[in-house]
Design a protein around this ligand. Structure first.
Ligand SMILES: *[C@@H]1O[C@H](CO)[C@@H](O)[C@H](O)[C@H]1NC(C)=O
Ligand SMILES: *[C@@H]1O[C@H](CO)[C@@H](O)[C@H](O)[C@H]1NC(C)=O
Ligand SMILES: *[C@@H]1O[C@H](CO)[C@@H](O)[C@H](O)[C@H]1NC(C)=O
Ligand SMILES: *[C@@H]1O[C@H](CO)[C@@H](O)[C@H](O)[C@H]1NC(C)=O
Length: 337
């Protein structure tokens, strides 16, 4: 074919800017040249999205175009994409014969579509075919949130929205389905406890194609450690008394120690601590300490004692009433006599 004319184009290309060449070609200055031109040589598309690839072409004026089509890879058989079962339902060709442009619209792209695509045209008269290489290199990227699953409270971590090719700079982050006000590839967490949740990312314009969600769980040492006493009312000598320790931690606290104030060593262990026959020697202030692998915390002390004072008070009032009545009777008798 007219290789000397192609050489002319190559020479001019060295001195003119590419957009200008593109314009000149479309306007027919190089209308005599067999040529396919791709404005974009590489495309990074989001998996599941629709991608447009476009070309413009020129051919000698005496010919008429029969049709244009697109091929996968640009050498060998160069079969029409519409002949492949895996493409035929996803491919649309949009031709503009006047401006000599052709668009390949490929729907629902997957990683299997990664390839070079070339635009090809056929001239009616002598069934002349033409294409130019290299074509358009298509890369397809899924989105994936890269993040640690378990995060220690206050630990600074980065979540990144990973892509295999350079898609965009405008990312969108979601936490439990709610949009966050972060638009960068990286989401930085200060790791508050409330940061636990499911995170996913998307790219602007493709909000309907988010990444799979990734769960992040915050780990923290015990907090809000407290003691409850059973029975909760008055304790009578000989009662069985149980103290229970509760705490909020992640992972849940497994080690509990019981202490009595003014006693140096622990008096018991386990989440609950029982005294089977309570007597005044057991009375005192108790606290517990809960521990997981991230730390420990102690509760406030609670006072546990036999309520003897309560019984005596009732006795005293009773005695008081009897004495008072007796005095009253005596006064009455004296007054009568
Ligand atoms: C493809 O082209 C159509 C129409 O020209 C446009 O609506 C659509 O946004 C384009 N898609 C992409 C991914 O550029
Ligand atoms: C292209 O060529 C085929 C067969 O050679 C013919 O049937 C068809 O009408 C042609 N189409 C155009 C637009 O020239
Ligand atoms: C896109 O392709 C995937 C896998 O090939 C398929 O499971 C999915 O249903 C397709 N989606 C649409 C909208 O065609
Ligand atoms: C997180 O990302 C920021 C900015 O991208 C960087 O400065 C920082 O070192 C990263 N932190 C970690 C823990 O990777």
């Amino acid at each position: 074919m007219t290789t000397n004319k192609i050489a002319v184009v190559m020479k001019v290309r060295m001195t003119l800017s590419l957009p200008l060449i593109f314009l000149l070609m479309i306007s027919g200055v190089f209308g005599q040249v067999w040529k396919v031109f791709y404005k974009t040589r590489s495309i990074c598309a989001l998996k599941g999205s629709t991608v447009n690839m476009s070309c413009s072409y020129t051919y000698p004026q005496q010919y008429t175009l029969n049709y244009t089509f697109w091929t996968k890879r640009c050498d060998g058989e160069m079969q029409n994409l519409k002949a492949y079962p895996e493409y035929k339902d996803r491919v649309e060709y949009i031709e503009d014969r006047q401006n000599k442009t052709a668009v390949l619209r490929l729907h629902n792209v997957t990683e299997n579509d990664e390839s070079e695509y070339c635009c090809r045209y056929i001239i009616e008269k002598d069934k002349e075919r033409w294409t130019d290489q290299p074509g358009i290199q298509l890369k397809v990227s899924a989105l994936q949130v890269k993040a640690p699953q378990l995060v220690l409270e206050k630990e600074r971590v980065n979540l990144t929205c990973e892509t295999t090719c350079s898609l965009t700079d405008a990312f969108i982050w979601y936490k439990n389905g709610q949009t966050l006000k972060i638009h960068s590839k990286t989401l930085q967490l200060q790791s508050e406890r409330s940061d636990s949740g499911r995170y996913s990312c998307a790219v602007r314009g493709h909000e309907h194609l988010p990444s799979p969600a990734v769960s992040i769980t915050l780990m923290y040492p015990p907090k809000s450690v407290s003691v409850s006493v059973s029975p909760s009312g008055e304790i009578v000598e000989g009662d069985s008394v149980t103290l229970s320790c509760s705490s909020d931690s992640n992972p849940p606290a497994l080690n509990f120690s019981w202490f009595k104030e003014n006693q140096s060593s622990a008096v018991g262990s386990g989440q609950s601590f029982s005294i089977s026959s309570f007597n005044s020697s057991h009375s005192g202030r108790y606290y517990c300490e809960a521990q997981n692998k991230h730390g420990s915390q102690r509760s406030a002390s609670v006072s546990v004692s036999v309520k003897v004072v309560g019984h005596l008070a009732i006795l005293y009032i009773f005695i008081g009433l009897i004495c008072g009545a007796a005095v009253g009777v005596v006064i009455f008798l004296i007054w009568r006599s």
